[in-house]
Design a protein around this ligand. Sequence first.
Ligand code: NOJ
Ligand code: CA
Length: 712
Amino acid sequence: MKKITLFLIVLAVSLSNKAETFMSPDKNFKMEFLMNATGEPVYSLTYKEKTVIQPSKLGLVLKNAPALLSGFSILKTESSTFDQTWKPVWGEVSDIRNNYNELLVVLEQKAEQRTIKIRFRLFNDGLGFRYEFDKQPNLNYFQITDECTQFALTGDHKTFWIPGDYDTNEYFYTISKLSEVDASKVNGNGIGTHGFFAKNGVQTPLLMKTTEGLYISIFEAALVDYPAMQLLIDQKNFILTSALVPDAVGTKAYMQTPQHTPWRTIIVSDKAADLLASKTILNLNEPSKIADPGFIHPQKFIGIWWGMHVPNHWSWNYADAPNIRLKDTDWNALTPLPQHGAKTENVKRYIDFAAANGISSVLVEGWNVGWEDWAGNWKEEVFDFVTPYPDFDVKAIHEYAASKGVKIIMHHETSASVTNYERHIDKAIEFMKTNGYDAVKTGYVGWIIPRGEHHDGQWMVNHYIRVAEKMAENRIMLDAHEPVRPTGLSRTYPNWMACEAARGNEYNAWSVGNPPEHETILPFTRLMGGPMDYTPGIFEIKMSHYQPGNKCQVHTTLAKQLALYITMYSPLQMAADLPENYEKHMDAFQFIKDVAVDWDDTKYLEAEPGDYITMARKAKGTSDWFVGAITDENARTAIIPFKFLDDKQWYIATIYGDAANADWKENPMAYQIQKVLVSSKTVLKQKLAPGGGAAISLKKAGKEEMKGLKKI
Ligand code: NOJ
Ligand code: CA
């Protein structure tokens, strides 16, 4: 990691109860901190002189102990400034500037003889702050029953929300005013866990747009040893209050000093695209703990996977057996189902396709015993993660994959039986090492065991990190499905490359699906915390292809599926469809073969949450650029200025766009591919169909290659 600049200057130490104000380095943000008459800590925030957060209280309620809410006075304050540029192991850009002004406030609660600290950091795109608790005689161990952090907004903003829920984020977004939020009206997510808690409860990251045109995102960074923060909306006064996910006995967090909470963040811009560029969440996380990240390599993968999600194709389970116990089942005695997906011959076919097309890895799900009754029974001993089904030949597959230069991605579905996973994880890792696996996809479908714990509570938050650390120690890359949503921890654990933690493409295979606007919202919400394994690249759009009469379908055009490789960033990017579907459209598949997964630079060209996004990215270590443009259910023309290209140079642009008559519903698979020459002066007007998109690859053109191509 190259440090370009680093300043740490203590500017002032003051001792008074008067309001403290400080500004962001570019002076666009101003924050004020004061103690009110009853000694409650209060902060407020403005952006370009517009109020973003009105005076809002801070504090915590404890179990069997006086609250940390009032009776405080300021013991001292310290100001400092920080400016450092760091290089992520992988990412959307190669250099990240971390530049903020900091105000640390030490508060004394005289009556209880306790102190707490609140640390504020103002960046050029927003604010982060957290509570810190030093070790002291009257504050050693304590339990938090409520965190009362307020975000008092200026009005009834338009908001893009999913219901507050302790166990899942797999919802599509509702766009409404804050006063109209009713989380009880949103249907469950369809995978059986639904920890809804209040009509006015919503999840973070919460995106809002004010009538003045400000975009506001409220979220958290570096969620470690603490439950996730959701929000309760006061629908009359527009005050949001933190709502922490409880544990099995109703407590929110168990603290032992010295300890601190995660950062609470408020990112603000008057341009939607700037929100997408924000690196504040990453900057608030600790630097990488992985000394030698050489094993971490961004990659594309295919999988024995979509075949289980589409109708009438494959199964995870080997046999039809609704009640099995791992330890006394003779697998060879069961009658195998013809549709079992993870058979040696299927895996070999996928390895061949990967090898022939430059795809690094093949994910295989349903290879290990236990899938016969894996979900819905809240069963503890559900998988052992090391015993293959009789038709999955571990050694032969390992050797075949190695001979073709392909890796197999391990799958650890835990069925949310986390106690069971933790009992088996060392052996499971040993199995991976013996058999040549260097990446794992974990999964947490169902209700958590220990029973009563939630996916987003403190216990599980710590579990996901334990797994990331263990995998890092063993030089294994990690992609977690159904975890708590990421909060920038991929900076600290760059082997934790992707998470699901939102409603992915799979919903399109077996449910009402994801509305066409879904992918125009996710980058502004869920992806603020880190990459998503959205599983793009579905070419066979309608499920009636597999089962006549089936009404499910992907809610995009084929071209939009290609554009998602740019707009939905992940360093682990799946080509999710079946090889046989790609083989019918190898001209379009070329984009998936070519597209990079790690970038030197990203330009956010135009964006409006819920409507459209256009981005350009420069592939790491090359001069190649890729552009992705997506729209919601409305057709539009994306305006793409190629200003980012090198001057005085023609580039071959291969444009994978919607055909003139394409439409996500009626005619989703109609695409057209054209090759033209563009330069930094070109402004392309690219038509996007309803629910459509376009993907463009740009390569510097040699003299010979330019022949016959039209310049635009
Ligand atoms: C849900 C995951 O999101 C999906 O990708 C996986 O195939 C199933 N669980 C089974 O583990
Ligand atoms: Ca899922």
